[in-house]
Design a protein around this ligand. Structure first.
Ligand code: FES
Length: 100
């Protein structure tokens, strides 16, 4: 694994999320009040885009069936056996990198 540049700070205003293609994966990055989180974009249930879903109170709620995923740990509150993959992020200057 290595860090890949995935975006710049201007790509993701606070409260926004976006999916990025990196190293063969589609990763959803969320900006929650200036704190960034990265998880697999595809919901582990049926594959809905989590970047296109609603993030609130540190969780993202899948837009298809409303399973909730903790943005920090990936844990699924609705069904514990359905965690989503999380990724380590780092910000250097104005650039966001993800470890994958
Ligand atoms: S596809 Fe996400 S909860 Fe069903």
């Amino acid at each position: 694994m290595q860090f890949f540049k995935i975006a710049t700070l201007s790509d993701l205003a606070p409260g926004r999320a976006k999916a990025f293609e990196v190293n063969g994966k589609t990763i959803a990055v969320f900006n929650v009040d200036g704190q960034f989180y990265a998880i697999d974009d595809a919901c582990p249930h049926r594959g809905a885009s989590l970047a296109a879903s609603i993030a609130k109170n540190g969780k993202v709620f899948c837009s298809w069936h409303l399973f909730d995923f903790d943005l920090k740990t990936g844990a699924c509150g609705a069904i514990p056996d359905f965690p989503v993959q999380t990724y380590e992020l780092k910000v250097e200057g104005t650039e966001i990198f993800v470890l994958c």
